[in-house]
Design a protein around this ligand. Structure first.
Ligand SMILES: [Zn+2]
Length: 264
């Protein structure tokens, strides 16, 4: 939904970075450590491929690749006393490609990865804030989300709601903060496709647009607030988000509204 070349269905599945779901499709795939443990800051892995463009592919990674409105991680990879900055992380099919600045490891090398945790944790808070707000907007006005984009210091969300007054903005902000403060747990689970298709929250957030062939759906459940098929990283409890401040709103045409938020 960042308006790039990702397939249309992905944006439609809310900010559901369903790209991360591809990893269940192929045998030769990067194991996505962040998909099951968002709090993993460091890991060990092996280099399986170095692309002609200098992209490093590992057997496993905790680096989040850009997708679903969440920007990629930054950090370092080190091996044999060498350390290089990871400056970009992208998904390529079922593989995660790390672009490094400086030296490159050779195929087969054992590497140690470290995530820029300050940046990642900030993005996790923004991501959970957006999902929570989308749950609130649906609860209050039955409006569905059409897109979202996170940054370490702010985020924005688009949704279909023709009538958005100052009053409503205030209500959305207050209700979101009330719920966040209550400390709702955030859980991740993987469901068989047929089971996911029965859950009303997932139907509402267009789980049906996830392509055939993906048999296991990753579901992010902010208990009691919002449930979506999503590939992104989230905090474990809404109390970690802090407070949401709506800093701006904008008409995007055809009933679409955009909200901008900051956290404190
Ligand atoms: Zn999301």
């Amino acid at each position: 939904m960042a308006g790039d070349a990702r397939p249309a269905w992905e944006g439609a599945a809310t900010c559901g970075g369903a790209t991360a779901l591809y990893h269940h499709l192929r045998v030769a795939e990067t194991e996505l450590l962040y998909a099951t443990d968002a709090y993993l800051r460091a890991f060990d892995a092996r280099v399986v491929e170095v692309t002609p463009e200098g992209g490093v592919i590992l057997d496993r990674t905790a680096f989040y690749p850009t997708g679903g409105g969440q920007p990629h991680d930054l950090g370092t990879l080190s091996w044999d006393g060498v350390s290089a900055s990871v400056v970009e992380v992208k998904k390529s099919g079922a593989l995660v490609v790390h672009r490094l600045e400086g030296d490159l490891p050779t195929v087969g090398s054992a590497v140690h990865g470290e995530i820029d945790w300050q940046r990642r944790y900030a993005l996790m808070r923004q991501h959970t804030a957006l999902h929570s707000m989308s749950g609130v907007i649906y609860e209050l006005y039955g409006a569905t989300v059409t897109g979202g984009q996170m940054y370490p210091d702010r985020a924005r969300m688009d949704f279909l709601l023709p009538d958005l007054s100052q009053d409503r903005l205030r209500t959305i902000e207050e209700r979101t903060n009330e719920l966040l403060e209550e400390g709702h747990p955030v859980s991740i689970r993987f469901l068989p496709r047929s089971e996911a298709f029965q859950i009303p929250d997932l139907i509402r957030t267009k789980v049906n647009l996830i392509p055939e062939g993906i048999e296991e759906i990753r579901v992010v459940n902010i208990e009691g607030i919002d449930q979506q098929a999503d590939g992104g990283t989230h905090v474990a409890n809404t109390s970690e988000v802090g407070r949401v401040h709506i800093t701006g709103s904008e008409n995007k045409g055809k009933g679409n509204k955009r909200l901008e938020i900051k956290l404190s």
